[in-house]
Unconditional design. Structure first.
Length: 96
């Protein structure tokens, strides 16, 4: 709070100044969430609050998506590389 009073006094007399937030202040700043700068992202292990993508498309915030769990996309990724289904299931079973 003392720092906020200081930079507000500087601004009042024409000195360019502003707040510098630490990580917890950033995560808990209500105006950031109101403006879409923070998002709650669903992840396979829970929900996490994090800074959103800074670019807006057609004035809308880009929704972020959590990363997949380890191994969640293995079959799809191996399938893209033209590996047939039986070897994929054998590989997945061998690493489980």
């Amino acid at each position: 709070m003392a720092n906020a009073r200081r930079w507000k006094r500087l601004i009042a007399v024409g000195v360019p100044a502003g707040a510098v937030f630490d990580t917890m202040e950033l995560l808990n700043e209500p105006t950031f969430e109101e403006r879409g700068l923070m998002q709650t992202v669903k992840h396979h292990s829970g929900e996490y609050k994090m800074a959103s993508w800074p670019v807006r498309i057609d004035g809308k915030t880009v929704r972020l998506k959590g990363s997949p769990a380890l191994g969640q996309d293995t079959t799809e990724v191996l399938g893209i590389g033209s590996v047939s289904a039986p070897p994929i299931s054998t590989l997945c079973a061998a690493t489980a």
